[in-house]
Design a protein around this ligand. Structure first.
Ligand code: BGC
Length: 762
């Protein structure tokens, strides 16, 4: 119904516009910079456009080189050039660097009839050329200021290279570590994810989209992509209303409220309807109820893939369904450019839908200031000066240190002493200068990350020996191909054993290669790949004093390591400054404060495992000691490391929890936090609630507040949280946000197993 109403309104508006239509002339019709509002400028320009030119604005082509999806078969460069010249291309992606951006922009602006500039998109996911940690790692910092800064410097670098639109942030919540794209999001929690979504949007877009240092952001993938069945990328998604409204949608809504200019839809079907052809998601909810006035770009080929989904019978029908459902721009499917005009002429698609989509796209281009100066991002001098500059390197280093999570530190093995130690550094990843760059690094050059070996060499007063132990990956690791992993060659083991035998302490760097996580990198086994588990056990047999540094893009199931290895540091894929950040933490020059944004399972069979689960009707071992309760007979229900967990070189004590009702619908919670250790440190104080009884059951715990606190030894601080109906309410199964009176528990502590408990009644 809503849908129909929207379409009718659009039709009326554009009928009026059509009456104003002037005869199309030539270059004179180009937009001048006027004082009129952007809406007026958009209508004016629209009235001058032919149907084909309008559809052209809805057509996005990949550049002529890199691809981030399957290579197009019918999209040769000649055709793309021809379309560009005719004004049948509104956007390009994967065109990078001022020279190349200027070249395509010049065609759009100087050779087409109306001279409408292109919007240039790129996956600036965790940096452009200088890389910050993968987004999951950044989320582990829980430091919203630092995350915002990281997006801000990424925008600065990307915009200096001609880019004005990033396909980020990915705000998909996921509870499945098998899914490779968990590296690209903020983890499993919708509250933390929403806060981070805002920080990233604000960082990318700044206060002024027209500034040459900011880029338009894109909340993706709308919606449900992180719930791919069995964690297999692109797989179907089937989730109910409660999960959609309470878990999946909120980070998107938060991004929207923060002013995100674009959305990207997703590859998956959602409850039987591909997201790209899903009118409920795009027209009814996003553009209707939420009043989003930016535009929706499809994902790569996601329009034509609706045929493979078994939803549309051919590309023409896919184009029809996509535009009707509210997908405004077609990424690489060639569906709009080839089919939409015919659909309009045959009366299958109302031109008002095209006008609406084009208006949305043009509005963003106006807001970016592209009509005022299409070359504002094309300044070679700025490109040279900004890319890789000190400010960006420093922000990446800062973010990298803040992203590290200390998982275990028995007998204070860490931090390392700075002199007099014999250290064996073992593992192929320890000297790798490419893998730390992470999975989304289309503009970065291989071998440009600081390796851990290089980082360790900056502490010269210890005696360091490096031994690889075993190759991990053979050949060149590429974004577009499967990795060739070593599963047999143990010839490096003896050298590593020797080094370990002769040292006081062993630092082992193990985990995943960057291209083992990310898009299309789902894993069924999330242990240590290659020969690494065997190497770890072999070294442990000769020296138990091991510090295990993990490099990975997802939670790993490493129960053996947790049981045997005294110190474990989660160091993800930390980007260009990786080795510097890790060694500063190992040597105590930086006291770690990261907290896991995703639960680490003991066993892949526990997945999906997440802290905010339901209680079930049979949550605990019955008094009768029988078997009939919700559990596994071969594994505990408990995670290896819970959500929100992470240690410090100091220790913290929580006390004095107070809960005070301040109105009918709000409470104040306060707690004292004391640094009980010997060094200064930061703690992320986390607040969880449990709504005990509700007409739609609530999770056993839900994060509803957090604060980063830095304390000197012995210092105590009182932290306060205010919970309002926003935190205390939830969406019912009709999608309405409600607040039910009743009993609540509140928990405060340093992770999701926090047991300092209070309660209140609404
Ligand atoms: C991904 C998107 C990405 C797009 C363009 C797709 O394969 O799913 O997240 O933005 O490619 O590179």
């Amino acid at each position: 119904m809503n849908n129909l109403k929207n379409i009718c309104i659009c039709a009326l508006v554009f009928l009026a516009l059509a009456c104003k239509k002037q005869a199309n002339s030539d270059l004179d019709t180009r937009m001048e910079n006027t004082d009129a509002s952007i809406d007026n400028k958009v209508s004016d320009l629209l009235s001058k456009m032919t149907l084909e030119e309008k559809i052209g604005q809805m057509n996005q082509y990949n550049g002529f080189w890199d691809v981030t999806g399957p290579t197009p078969t019918n999209g040769d460069a000649a055709k793309k050039y021809e379309h560009l010249r005719k004004g049948y291309v509104g956007s390009m992606l994967n065109v990078k660097g001022v020279k190349d951006v200027r070249a395509v922009q010049k065609i759009a602006v100087e050779e087409t009839r109306l001279g409408i500039p292109l919007i240039i998109g790129f996956d600036v996911i965790h940096g452009y050329k200088t890389l910050s940690p993968i987004p999951l790692a950044e989320a582990a910092s829980w430091d919203l200021k630092a995350i915002k800064k990281s997006a801000e410097v990424a925008a600065k670098e990307a915009s200096a290279a001609g880019i004005n639109w990033t396909f980020a942030p990915m705000v998909d919540i996921s509870r499945d570590a098998r899914w490779g794209r968990v590296m690209e999001g903020a983890g499993e929690d919708t509250y933390l994810g929403s806060k981070i979504a805002v920080a990233r949007v604000e960082g990318f877009q700044g206060n002024d989209l027209a500034s040459p240092f900011t880029v338009a952001a894109c909340a993706k993938h709308w919606a449900g992509y992180g719930f791919a069945e069995a964690g297999r990328d692109y797989n179907a998604v089937d989730v109910g209303s409660s999960t959609l409204n309470n878990i999946i949608f909120p980070p998107f809504k938060a991004a929207l409220d923060a002013g995100v200019k674009t959305f990207m839809n997703s590859f998956n079907e959602l409850n039987g309807i591909p997201a790209t052809g899903n009118a409920y998601l795009q027209r009814e909810l996003l553009k209707g109820k939420w009043e989003f006035d930016g535009f929706v770009v499809s994902d790569w080929w996601s329009i034509k893939e609706m045929v493979k989904h078994g939803f549309a019978k051919d590309k023409r029908q896919a184009a029809e369904y996509a535009i009707k459902a509210g997908s405004d721009m077609d990424m690489e499917s060639y569906a709009y450019v080839e089919e939409l005009a015919g659909l309009v002429r045959d009366g299958k698609v109302d031109e008002s839908l095209i006008d609406d989509a084009v208006s949305r796209i043009l509005r963003v281009k106006f807001e970016l200031g592209l009509f005022d100066d299409p070359y504002k991002y094309c300044d070679e001098a700025r490109e040279k000066q900004v890319i890789g500059c000190k400010e960006i390197q420093e922000a990446c280093l800062d973010m990298a240190k803040k992203s590290i999570v200390l998982l275990k530190n028995e007998n204070q093995l860490l931090p390392l002493k700075k002199e007099g130690l014999k250290i064996a550094l073992i593992g192929a990843l320890a000297s790798d200068k490419t893998s730390p760059l992470g999975s989304w690094r289309l503009a970065a050059e291989d071998n440009t990350a600081v390796s851990i070996l290089e980082g360790m060499q900056q502490y010269p007063n210890n005696d360091l020996t490096y031994a690889k132990g075993a190759d991990f990956v053979y050949g060149e690791a590429k974004f577009t191909s499967e990795l060739n992993i070593n599963t047999k060659d143990r010839s490096g083991f003896p050298e590593a054993i020797e080094a370990a035998k002769n040292s006081d302490v062993v630092v082992m760097v193990l985990g995943e290669h960057a291209f083992q996580s990310g898009e299309a990198r789902s894993r069924a086994d999330i242990g240590l790949p290659s020969l690494q588990q065997e190497l770890l056990e072999t070294i442990y047999a000769v020296n138990k004093n091991i510090i295990l540094v993990l490099n990975n893009g997802r939670p790993l199931a490493i129960p053996w390591a947790d049981e045997h290895i005294p110190a474990i540091v989660e160091a993800w894929h930390l980007g260009t400054q990786s080795g510097n950040a890790i060694t500063q933490v190992l040597y105590g020059d930086y006291n770690p404060s990261g907290k896991l944004p995703m639960t680490f399972p003991r066993n892949v069979g526990q997945i999906p495992i997440y802290y905010n689960h339901k209680n079930t009707g049979r949550p605990t071992l019955p008094a009768s000691n029988d078997v009939f309760w919700s559990h596994y007979i071969d594994e505990s229900n408990a995670p290896l490391y819970p959500f929100g967990y992470g240690l410090s070189y100091t220790s913290f004590a929580y006390s004095n929890l107070k809960v005070e009702k301040i109105s009918d619908n709000s409470v104040k919670v306060s707690v004292d936090l004391k640094n009980t250790g010997k060094v200064k440190g930061k703690e992320v104080v986390q607040l969880y609630i449990h709504d005990l009884f509700a007409r739609v059951t609530r999770p056993i715990k839900e994060l509803k507040g957090f604060e980063m606190v830095e304390l000197e030894p012995n210092q105590t601080k009182t932290i306060e949280f205010v919970l309002t109906e926003l935190e205390l309410g939830f969406f019912n199964n009709e999608g309405e946000f409600i607040l039910e009176p009743g009993e609540f528990n509140v928990f405060v502590g340093g992770n999701s197993q926090a047991d300092l408990k209070g309660s209140f009644q609404l």
